[in-house]
Design a protein around this ligand. Sequence first.
Ligand code: HEC
Length: 110
Amino acid sequence: MRWIGLISIGLLVACASAIITPTEEDVQRVKSRYEDATLVALQDGKQLFESYCGKCHPYKKPHKYSLEEWKKILPAMLDKLEKKKGVQLNEEQKHHLELYITAAHLRKKG
Ligand code: HEC
């Protein structure tokens, strides 16, 4: 019966993988674009993404949109978050979200 447990774990991992867990490798990749990228900043961005980006629609996958598109999409979403949900993020939080999305995008998944 152990295989049933293994299959369940496999499914859980598959579903959760829309959201990546940042690592030092991600930091290095993101640093090529944003010098100030750190693991703590990416982890903060991940938490913000989890908290706010699945409120109105299922989590969208960062790699499905180009980084150019994200430069327009993210501010539009932050605006919606503020106007529709009354959540105002500060500049640092917005930047951390951008770093997280870039990390997930560069991994080509999540
Ligand atoms: C207040 C509701 C709301 C919140 C919060 C929200 N979105 Fe959206 N989002 C929408 C709506 C409405 C659309 C357009 C319809 C759709 O694609 O579901 C959309 C569309 C999108 C799209 C597709 C854009 C396109 O041009 O096709 C992406 C990507 C996206 N959101 C990402 C995010 C991210 C990342 C966050 C967190 C910062 C976020 N959303 C938070 C409401 C929201």
